[in-house]
Ligand binder design. Structure first.
Ligand code: CAO
Length: 415
């Protein structure tokens, strides 16, 4: 039995943030019923198409283990079917633009009236406040949540990150809210509203930068390279390049082959506790006891010189050799892995972190499997549904509609 077996989710999500949430719940065993507009479906089905005529990887990689029902929730007949689905389901998830469900006639008050046990979960760009009406996409959330202003090199343009912290990050937060509400319902018997704003989720993930904002009052942030370079701090947390977010200085350093391979780099943290090991490895044993180098305080004003010496050593090794040499000595390092390397890494296939899935329209493709491993609930990744693939099945199985009723709903374009 799967952890969320028996939980029925009415999935009104589209694009990325909502679908990542419901995909996780599907992996944990919930029956996720994706409601899509007849003939149109989730816009991502046809975005960034690589195989003509087939659902895009954008869509397939966000909608595994779900069933798809087409339903025009704006027509009277569609609304009647939708109302019955709300009666039967435990959770409804949506990430439409602000007010879209209210305009459809399904406000939170109305949903509670139809099913008081319903958990109604939403993603919006912003919480209540001046921007609550805005439509929001990933990079807007990264900018509004403090990620862009603190990412990138000092003195250069703010930068967005490749990690989809606004979309997938918010989806993760929402999934936690939903299972928490499901747990509370086991005591209260009542549903509740779960809301996640993308700005809030990004800010939550950037909390160390809000920490640093407050530390600025007590003086410069000494672990930032900017301090060792003698560059004064301004009023806000600055961009810190590749400095590590903790108190131990760290940077990305070149490795053997960097001239031709854009990913021949390693992350290297000069953890104070293993400083002596670092000195031995990089061929500077004299730095172990030298008061100019022996303590973190002594090294702070000379980070460029220190990392320069370490890089003189890392450039003689591949990023994997650096890992092999440093790991047994407890020196924290990590190779910069490309997507190609990750896609080909056998250990990630073994754990189900990267999975090959077969699809009737596009053939085999790779996807990211469930990153959360439950010992009693392994996640088996099943391909995403075709548009409306399960419409008849859902209408008859969940709503008990017969063939004639389903045909009539199709005739009027409700499904
Ligand atoms: N039947 C009938 N109508 C349907 C339907 C269905 N099954 N499903 C959706 N619709 C309608 C909606 O009701 C809405 O109609 P109105 O505009 O008349 O209210 C319309 O389709 C489009 O919805 P939308 O405004 O949400 O879509 P959009 O492409 O214009 O905006 C997005 C997309 C993502 C910017 C917006 O949905 C949003 O801001 N969502 C919240 C934040 C979010 O999740 N962002 C992450 C996106 S991933 O980068």
């Amino acid at each position: 039995m799967k952890a969320l077996e028996g939980v029925k989710i009415l999935d009104m999500t589209h694009v990325q943030s909502g679908p990542t949430c419901t995909q996780l719940l599907a992996w944990f065993g919930a029956d996720v019923i994706k409601v899509e507009r007849p003939g149109v479906g989730d816009a991502t089905r046809k975005q960034l198409v690589d195989v003509p005529g087939a659902d895009s990887l954008y869509f397939t990689m966000l909608n595994h283990n779900k069933r798809s029902v087409t339903l025009n929730t704006k027509s009277d007949e569609g609304k009647a079917i939708f109302t019955r689905l709300i009666e039967e389901c435990d959770v409804m998830v949506e990430n439409f633009a602000p007010g879209a469900l209210d305009r459809m006639g399904f406000s939170w008050e109305k949903i509670q009236e139809i099913n008081p046990r319903m958990i109604y979960a939403s993603v919006k760009g912003f919480g209540p406040g001046p921007y609550s009406d805005c439509k929001v996409y990933e990079n807007v959330a990264q900018c509004a949540g403090g990620s862009a202003s603190t990412t990138g090199m000092l003195g250069e343009t703010p930068m967005v990150t490749g990690a989809q912290i606004g979309d997938s990050g918010t989806g993760l937060h929402l999934a936690l809210g939903i299972v928490t509400a499901l747990y509370q319902r086991t005591h209260s018997g009542k549903g509740q509203r779960v809301e996640c704003a993308m700005q809030d989720s990004v800010l939550n993930l950037c909390r160390v930068k809000l920490r640093d904002q407050q530390r600025l009052k007590a003086g410069p942030l000494k672990e930032y390279s900017q301090f060792s370079e003698g560059i004064p701090f301004g009023e806000a947390t600055p961009r810190a390049g590749n400095d590590s977010g903790g108190g131990q200085p760290g940077r990305i350093l070149k490795c053997k082959g960097w001239e031709n391979d854009p990913d021949a780099y390693t992350y290297f943290i000069t953890q104070a506790a293993v400083w002596k090991n670092i000195c031995d490895v990089i061929g500077k044993p004299e730095w172990k006891e030298d008061p100019e180098w022996a303590t973190p305080e002594a090294r702070l004003p000379k980070l460029n010189e220190m990392f320069g010496a370490i890089e003189d050593w890392t450039t003689t090794k591949t990023k994997f050799e650096v890992m092999e040499i440093c790991n047994p000595l407890n020196i924290p390092v990590g190779p910069i892995l490309s997507m190609k390397e990750l896609a080909e890494e056998p250990s990630l296939r073994d754990t189900g972190t990267i999975v090959e899935v077969d699809h009737p329209e596009r053939g085999a493709y790779l996807t990211v499997g469930c990153p959360i491993k439950l010992s009693d609930c392994p996640a088996d990744v099943a391909r995403s549904p075709l548009l409306g693939e399960h419409t008849d099945e859902i209408l008859s199985e969940i709503l008990g509609m017969n063939e004639d009723e389903i045909a009539a709903a199709k005739d009027v374009g409700a499904v």
